[in-house]
Design a protein around this ligand. Structure first.
Ligand code: SF4
Length: 369
């Protein structure tokens, strides 16, 4: 069997592509500003020092594709207040537990006695619910198209097992709407996209077709290994030189245009578009997130705990530039407190908390810049 990891990290292949990119770049009609949408791609760029291999007329702009980074304070505050209820066990994934809200993070709630737990997989919620029948189990569900089917599968299991003590605080968001908003800004200088492949495994690359149609820019669905990214950059470069923007799938070993139809049907069964959802830095983007369908409202934590949800929230930390970074208007180094008051051990903003955040990537791999 082919060793995909080593093959796509092969140093000589990466350097050969870098050479090709440098020799072709002089033919570019204008500098290339590529938004790598996903934080995973930002980390690949930093970790392997790819930016250093590129010619100066190719620049990367970091995008809003990290579900922890884009979560606004209001949603974290809701989770915090729900978690502080004495009859609640709140469960969530990943770094979400560390993101500061108005009253502190979920980790702070735990320090004050709240029962907040971290799970590796949503399916672990079932065991906690069965083991604690007198408690209300709340799953703080986050993520893009990639993780939504797992939450849908969990809801299906709750129905099958007739579990009546599980609730969902749904924060599942969609990739295309924030990209459309960013690209439509009058001063937007982004002229190509590297799109996340894990999202497209579920949704198919077809979700980017309307962006190509409207903005006429190269879009390449890319894998996360360094050679994947170099191949994607080469494809974008060729498209820019020939002025023939296309939607291309570099990660064809897993992604196709249609995606996983079974997973899409499962998501469709339990979720529908949410009229409004606020994104950190980007504000309210209509129909950019999902909510539970009305017939599953009894599982909705926002309904069950409505009397306890905060009406107001404090503003984000004045120094924090996460919002501007997520819009592609700033880089972590532009933030005055980067690496000083704000570090992974003492994060001020979500982009430093999340292992996929741009600030965390710059902090971890900064020596390679
Ligand atoms: S370094 Fe910290 S405070 Fe500055 S933008 Fe990044 S997360 Fe926000």
């Amino acid at each position: 069997m082919m060793d995909y990891i080593q093959t796509y990290r092969d140093r000589d292949s990466i350097l050969a592509l870098a050479h090709t990119l440098r020799s072709l770049a002089s033919k570019l009609p204008a500098p290339l500003k590529i938004m790598e949408v996903c934080g995973g791609h930002t980390h690949t760029l930093m970790k392997y020092g790819l930016s250093k291999l590129l010619p100066p007329n190719i620049e990367f702009i970091h995008g809003p594709g990290c579900p922890v980074c884009i979560m606004p304070r209001g949603r974290i505050d809701e989770a915090y207040h729900i978690a502080m209820r004495p009859d609640v066990i709140l469960l969530t994934l990943g770094d979400m537990i560390k993101v500061p809200g108005s009253n502190g993070s979920l980790q702070n709630a735990r320090a004050q006695g709240a029962d907040v737990r971290f799970v590796y997989s949503p399916i672990e919620v079932l065991k906690v619910a069965k083991d604690n029948p007198s408690k209300k189990i709340v799953f703080f569900a986050i993520g893009f198209e990639t993780t939504t089917p797992m939450t849908a599968a969990l809801i299906e299991q709750c129905l099958t097992l007739n579990l009546t003590n599980v609730y969902f605080h749904i924060n599942h968001v969609l990739v295309p709407p924030p990209l459309e908003l960013i690209l439509a800004q009058s001063d937007c200088s982004i002229n190509a996209l590297i799109a996340p492949s894990h999202v497209s495994v579920i949704s198919g690359a077809k979700i980017y077709a309307p962006l190509l149609e409207r903005f006429k820019l190269p879009i390449v669905v890319s894998g996360f290994e360094p050679l994947d990214m170099m191949q994607s950059i080469l494809s974008i470069l060729k498209q820019a030189i020939s002025r023939t923007p296309r939607l291309e799938i570099q990660y064809a070993r897993v992604v196709d245009m249609q995606g996983n139809l079974k997973a899409q049907a499962m998501v469709e069964r339990y979720f529908c578009p949410r009229e409004h959802f606020e994104w950190r830095g980007l504000g309210d983007i209509p129909e950019s997130a999902l909510r539970l369908r009305d017939e599953f409202a009894r599982y909705d934590a926002e309904i069950e705990f409505a009397p306890y949800l905060p009406k107001e929230r404090k503003a984000d930390h004045k120094a924090c530039l996460c919002g501007e970074i997520l819009k592609g208007n700033a880089k972590p180094m532009d933030c005055k407190v980067f690496g000083k008051a704000c570090t992974p051990n003492n994060p001020i903003g979500s982009c430093m908390v999340s292992s996929e955040g741009a600030c965390a990537a710059y902090y971890k791999y900064g020596a390679l810049l």
